[in-house]
Design a protein around this ligand. Structure first.
Ligand code: ZN
Length: 204
């Protein structure tokens, strides 16, 4: 399976990092080895002093697809969750400044937290009307609603499938709302989708 990720898909987050609001999706990927084993702690890697949490809606692809039109994209998923796209911001900034790919800042071991999946049916909500939330040490840190996305999930699937064959089990991280910040040792991160707890991660 593969993990495709979208950058700058919420205008308020693009602004907080002083990035331009994109006119087409910003795409990168994480290897499957980046997935944090469920219920294991996240260890801050020794090559970074500034790992940020990015809370994101995660969509799981449920069938093979390529060149998918936006109007058919809804047939390619039925389960979603929230996850964290951990980002070594200092590493990313250094690579960006040199015009280099920032893969290492995003794809390292443990950098992809994937919560428990929920069917859209059980959430009772449309894909572009889902509340997502991250609490850090029992305090609200990030919240957003998928209605605030610049590119909708269906448009993202259509765009991605023009470049990549999508397969059952592939994951799409759809971008983070504002509120990203550094994680510290002993932080406890809890992610919610529509008020339902999807993951809890201890930082070590
Ligand atoms: Zn992200």
């Amino acid at each position: 399976m593969k993990i495709l990720c979208i950058g700058r898909n919420y205008a308020d987050h693009a602004k907080e990092l002083k990035n331009e609001v994109p006119t087409e999706p910003v795409v990168f990927s994480k290897p499957d080895s980046s997935i944090l084993v469920p219920r294991r702690p996240f260890f801050i890697p020794d090559f970074s002093e500034d790992v940020h949490h990015e809370l994101e809606l995660v969509v799981r692809i449920n069938r093979l697809g390529k060149h998918i039109a936006p109007k058919f994209a809804h047939k390619y998923y039925d389960e979603v969750t929230v996850g964290i796209d951990f980002t070594a911001r200092d590493v990313q900034s250094q690579l960006k400044a040199k015009g280099l790919p920032w893969e290492k800042a995003k794809g390292f071991d443990g950098s992809a937290v994937v919560g428990k999946f929920f069917t859209l049916e059980s959430l009772g909500k449309g894909i572009q009307d889902i509340d997502i939330q991250l609490d850090v040490n029992d305090t609200l840190r990030q919240s957003g609603n998928t209605s605030e996305m610049i590119f909708s999930v269906n448009d993202l699937i259509s765009h991605l499938s023009a470049y990549y064959t999508l397969r059952q089990g592939d994951l799409i991280f759809t971008g983070t709302p504002a509120g990203v910040a550094r994680v510290n040792r002993d932080d406890k991160l809890v992610g919610f989708i529509e008020g339902k707890k999807a993951f809890a991660v201890d930082v070590k």
